[in-house]
Every structure is written in structure tokens, then in C-alpha cells.
Design a protein around this ligand. Structure first.
Ligand SMILES: Cc1cc2nc3c(=O)[nH]c(=O)nc-3n(C[C@H](O)[C@H](O)[C@H](O)COP(=O)(O)OP(=O)(O)OC[C@H]3O[C@@H](n4cnc5c(N)ncnc54)[C@H](O)[C@@H]3O)c2cc1C
Length: 552
């Protein structure tokens, strides 16, 4: 029994993951009989057979039924067959030989999963006698555009918070700086770790890092395992009948809704760390980069993320479907930076939302996040190349681009949104669509310029979502109506009917009352001249007509 349990514990992720990837898990379970199904349910991704309720539940199933030997035999066959399936099915499955038996030391390399709740990589590493929670400040990312002050500041706060949570469990966060592959393997060697665990990620950079880690671990004979947790449904887990990813959202959404939820990973109660391993220190922001974060950016960390999640579920979710586009009300969750750095588990958030009134509309947004991740996983060049080229010969007007960047286009709704971005490191989704449409369609400027500016400022700046959404709005991506042009004035009247949002971010227009603030060019001459505010940079109707002529 114990041997089988250990085998399953070690291989559980791949077993169930493999079935999922094949989309035939339920059918296979039916074939193998009810008892096996019940026992596998208790195994919960191979995480619980030896501990807590899962152990009890599993043993109860074993002891209650008849023919234990036969059941165990069946179970072993299922496990081995499914394991083989998993290897074939998932190119990302961990492929290094596993440690069977007690693992003495395991390293968990955090990446964009800065949490202890529902963190499968941490939960797996926590099964070892000693666990080394590790984060490596990646020099090459710090020297790149990734290192936007808003995101790095958020990340440092999230790391501090993670360290505090780990300390409460008897451990701490170990920090290194340099190349994550070299540093992680060096730490693993130093403390004699047999396993290294990490969360899956889907950019081309992350895929290369994962491959390098896999190779380096294989050379050092360290077991390497990649775990789910960044998305709700892993890219590639559902695919259309023809093709490796869904190109259109609605069929993806339907397939996504059918995928059974991965059981949540339990947070570690107690962790033991090796006795002589240098901890490393978390640097201050100004030691890492120049530049100031936005004055009103969101503070980072799992504790803050969970507080906000609870508040939103309690007060915001029920009105989400009706009010999520309300610009002045700002009634969305604001959880995107916490999801981006994994301070909040998207799976846990989905589970909580689905169990409450109003959850469906919110779940759909979380599905959009997974949608863009599966597009990125299948198209690593998404941030740089048109997904669907439209033959655009974009304008290279620096003057128009600067006006857009600074919030001086003369269209108050566009300018207010761009100022919100500077001030808060965030922007409402409806406003993002309006400004992105204005840049790419009214000004006919390359979406990559806009995405880069967002990337410099957004605390939630995230490769799949930023590139996917920019391409969606520019009509080079997954929008089924690629040539739609948002009318900024109509959008303003609809989603900011009293002009409250505009006045909040454009102090130069705060003297204009009500909805008149959306069209300052209609004010009488004297009132207009008093304003320090530019004339519209383009005529929207003309710009939209020119754009459509270019595209058709
Ligand atoms: C041009 C453009 C660029 C964008 N860039 C990013 C980005 O870099 N990072 C980012 O996280 N989101 C991006 N989005 C998507 C969306 O605007 C933000 O996720 C959302 O505004 C975050 O606010 P919230 O957490 O209150 O969202 P809520 O409305 O509360 O939604 C909950 C969660 O669902 C996800 N979500 C919501 N809308 C979308 C969407 N359209 N696409 C993908 N996921 C979504 C987010 O994770 C969000 O936190 C972009 C949208 C556009 C139009």
C-alpha cells in the first residue's frame, strides 16, 4: 500500500493532468469502475493520499470495499497507463525520472505565483522533509522593459509578503540575483535537493527558461517538475478539433466551462528549511532601477490581494454583470495585478465567484485571461507580430503618439484614461478599449507602440493579456469584427454619462458641468478659450472613414 501510495503521490499530477489533456478522464474512470473513481477523487492530484483528509478518505475507500488486492491491482494499472498517457499528452509534463520514496530536500522556484494558497508547486515541494522556497531576481529581466517601476515595486512588496507568510509556517523566502536557471540549480546542489518544482508560464522567455531548467536539472540528476496554477485551464488542455488553440473566444469559452476544476492545493502548515543556507536579501526598489512608480499604484502581495478578493466577492460581484462598464463607479475587481503576479489564485477566485450570485459574468472575464494565454502559448510571437496581418502601413507620427501618451488628444475620455494610467498604473477595461481603438484606428498608429507604453506603466502589465487585447482592438488579433471603430464621444456618453470620470482625471476640465465635458469643442467661444485644453487632434468621423477605406 505504502509503495503504491508513494508512487501515486509522486506521479499524481501527471496522472490526472494527462487525463485532462486527453479530455477522456471521465470516460476512463467509468471504465475502471466506481471504487477506483472514488479513490482517485481522494488522491486529489496525488497530493493527499498520505496526509490529512485525503489519506483518511482514500483508506476508507480501500477498507470499506471488497477485494482490496484486486482494487490495488486495478489502481496500479490505471496509474501506470495514465502516467504513460500523460507523458505523451503533455509536452510540458515533467519528464525527469522521479524520486520514489521520501524526498529529503526540495526547492520551489517561485515565478509569477507569489502566494502560499493554492500553489501546486509549493504544495509539492512541501512534501519533502526540507523545503527551500526560492525566488531569483532575474538580471536579464531587470535590465529589460519588464522592469517597469510599477511592476517591480509591486513584485518586491509581494515577495516581502510571501516571506512573512513563509516565516509563519516556519520557513522563509530565499533570494538570489542573476540567471534563475543557474541560481536555482546552484541552490539545489548546495542543499542537496533531489527535486525542483516550478509553476508553468507561457511566454517564449518562460518556455526557454523552463527548457533550460529541465536540461540543467537532468544534468545534475535533480527531478524537475512543472505545475499548473498560472491559468485556470492550462493552454493546450482544450483544443478545437482542428488546430492547436482556439482562435475565437466563444467556442473556447464553451469548452473551458466543461473542464473539471483542478483540486486546489493546500497551503503548507509547517515547513522545515535546511540549516545552513544563506537567505539573501530583498533589495530596495531604487537599488534595482531608476524611475518612480505611479503615485497611486496598487500595493503588492498575497495578503492585500486576498483582502481585495474577499471585499469584491462580498460587495462587488453581485453587481458585476450590470456595472462592470461603469467608468466613474469603477466597480470591477481591480484584481488584475494580483492575478498577474499570482498573489491570488485564478482557480480559487473562479471557485469563489461561481458559488455566488452574479459569478457567471465575472467567470467569463477570467476565461478571457485563459483565452489569451492559450493564444500566446501557440503563438509565442504574439507580442511582436500581427496574429492576422491586415496589410497595415501604420502612421509613424511621433506628434500624434506623444499627444496620445500624454493625454492631450482633445478627446476628454481618451485623455482622462491616459492620465489614469500615469497616476495609478492601471486603467479600466472599457477605457483601455477606447484608447487602444483611438490610437490604432483614429490615429492609425501601430498597436505595438501602444502596447509598449502600456507595458511601461501597467502594474498588471502581462504579455498574453496586453498583446492579445491590443491585437484584438487593432483588428489584427482574435476579434471577429476586426474593423470596428469605437466612437470616443458615444462611448463617453454611454459609460460616463455625467462626465464624472473625465473630471476626476482632467483637472483642466473640472469647471465644465455634466456631460458637456465630453465635447469641449461645443462650448461657446469665451468658455472654450479659458480652458487649457487642446482641440481634437483628428475629426473622429473622418478618421474612422479613412481607416475603413484602408482596411477594405
Ligand atoms: C488594450 C488592452 C490592454 C490590456 N492589457 C492588459 C494587461 O497587460 N494585463 C491584464 O491583466 N489585462 C489587460 N487587459 C485586460 C483588462 O483590461 C484588465 O484585465 C482589466 O481591466 C483589469 O481590471 P480588473 O481586475 O478590475 O478586471 P475585472 O473586470 O474585475 O476582471 C477580472 C479579471 O479577469 C481578467 N480580465 C478581465 N478582462 C480581460 C480581458 N479583456 N482580457 C484578459 N483578461 C481579462 C483579468 O485578469 C481581471 O483581473 C487589457 C485590455 C485592453 C483592451
Amino acid at each position: 500500500m505504502n509503495q503504491l501510495a508513494l508512487l501515486l503521490q509522486a506521479k499524481g499530477d501527471a496522472v490526472v493532468g494527462g487525463w485532462r489533456d486527453q479530455q477522456n478522464r471521465r470516460e476512463r474512470r467509468a471504465e475502471q469502475g466506481e471504487e477506483v473513481e472514488a479513490l482517485l477523487e481522494a488522491i486529489d492530484f496525488g497530493e493527499v493520499l498520505l496526509e490529512g483528509n485525503g489519506k483518511q478518505e482514500g483508506e476508507e475507500h480501500l477498507h470499506a470495499g471488497q477485494g482490496h488486492a484486486q482494487l490495488l491491482q486495478q489502481l496500479a494499472e490505471v496509474a501506470i497507463e495514465a502516467f504513460a498517457l500523460a507523458l505523451v499528452a503533455s509536452r510540458r509534463a515533467f519528464l525527469h525520472p522521479f524520486t520514489i520514496g521520501n524526498v529529503k530536500t526540495a526547492v520551489v522556484l517561485f515565478n509569477r505565483d507569489l502566494r502560499i494558497h493554492d500553489n501546486p508547486a509549493l504544495a509539492a515541494a512541501a512534501k519533502a522533509e526540507r523545503t527551500v522556497p526560492l525566488f531569483v531576481l532575474d538580471e536579464s529581466l531587470l535590465g529589460s522593459r519588464f522592469a517597469a517601476p510599477n511592476r517591480v515595486a509591486f513584485m518586491l512588496e509581494a515577495l516581502r509578503d510571501l516571506d512573512e507568510s513563509l516565516r509563519k509556517a516556519g520557513a522563509r523566502l530565499y533570494l538570489r540575483r542573476g540567471d534563475p536557471v543557474k541560481e536555482a540549480v546552484a541552490v539545489a546542489r548546495e542543499c542537496g535537493a533531489e527535486e525542483l518544482h516550478a509553476g508553468a508560464d507561457w511566454s517564449s522567455y518562460a518556455a526557454r527558461r523552463e527548457e533550460r531548467l529541465r536540461r540543467a536539472c537532468a544534468e545534475q540528476r535533480i527531478g524537475f517538475r512543472v505545475h499548473p496554477g498560472t491559468t485556470i485551464v492550462a493552454p493546450g488542455a482544450v483544443t478545437p478539433s482542428a488546430g492547436d488553440h482556439f482562435k475565437v473566444f466563444s467556442p473556447f469559452h464553451r469548452a473551458w466551462e466543461e473542464v473539471p476544476a483542478r483540486p486546489q492545493a493546500r497551503g503548507p502548515r509547517r515547513l522545515a528549511v535546511p540549516s545552513r543556507l544563506a537567505a539573501g536579501r530583498l533589495p530596495a526598489l531604487d537599488a534595482l532601477l531608476r524611475g518612480e512608480p505611479s503615485p497611486r499604484r496598487a500595493p503588492g502581495g498575497e495578503s492585500e490581494g486576498r483582502k481585495r478578493m474577499r471585499a469584491f466577492l462580498r460587495d462587488g460581484l453581485s453587481g458585476y454583470a450590470d456595472h462592470h462598464d461603469d467608468l466613474p463607479g469603477d466597480r470591477t475587481s481591480s484584481l488584475s495585478p494580483y492575478l498577474r503576479f499570482g498573489c491570488v489564485s485564478p482557480l480559487e477566485l473562479l471557485g469563489e465567484a461561481r458559488s455566488r450570485r452574479g459569478g457567471a459574468a465575472f467567470a467569463r472575464q477570467l476565461c478571457w485571461r485563459d483565452f489569451h494565454h492559450q493564444v500566446l502559448a501557440a503563438n509565442p510571437s504574439l507580442p511582436s507580430r500581427d496574429y492576422r496581418p491586415r496589410g497595415d502601413r501604420w502612421s509613424r507620427s511621433r506628434r500624434a503618439f506623444e499627444a496620445w501618451r500624454e493625454g492631450r488628444t482633445g478627446y476628454p475620455i481618451v485623455d482622462a484614461a491616459m492620465r489614469q494610467l500615469q497616476l495609478e498604473g492601471r486603467m479600466h477595461n472599457r477605457a483601455r478599449m477606447i484608447v487602444a481603438s483611438f490610437l490604432t484606428k483614429d490615429l492609425y498608429i501601430d498597436w505595438r507602440w501602444g502596447a509598449r507604453h502600456f507595458w511601461d506603466l501597467l502594474t498588471d502589465g502581462e504579455i498574453a493579456n496586453n498583446a492579445g487585447n491590443w491585437q484584438w482592438v487593432a483588428g489584427t488579433g482574435n476579434d471577429t469584427r476586426p474593423n470596428r471603430v469605437f466612437n470616443p464621444v458615444r462611448q463617453a456618453h454611454r459609460f460616463d454619462p455625467e462626465g464624472t470620470y473625465v473630471r476626476r482625471y482632467l483637472p483642466e476640465l473640472e469647471s465644465i458641468e455634466g456631460k458637456a465635458v465630453h465635447e469641449p469643442w461645443r462650448l461657446d467661444g469665451a468658455s472654450r478659450r479659458q480652458l487649457d485644453y487642446p482641440e481634437p487632434i483628428v475629426d473622429h468621423d473622418q478618421a474612422a472613414a479613412t481607416f475603413l477605406a484602408r482596411r477594405t
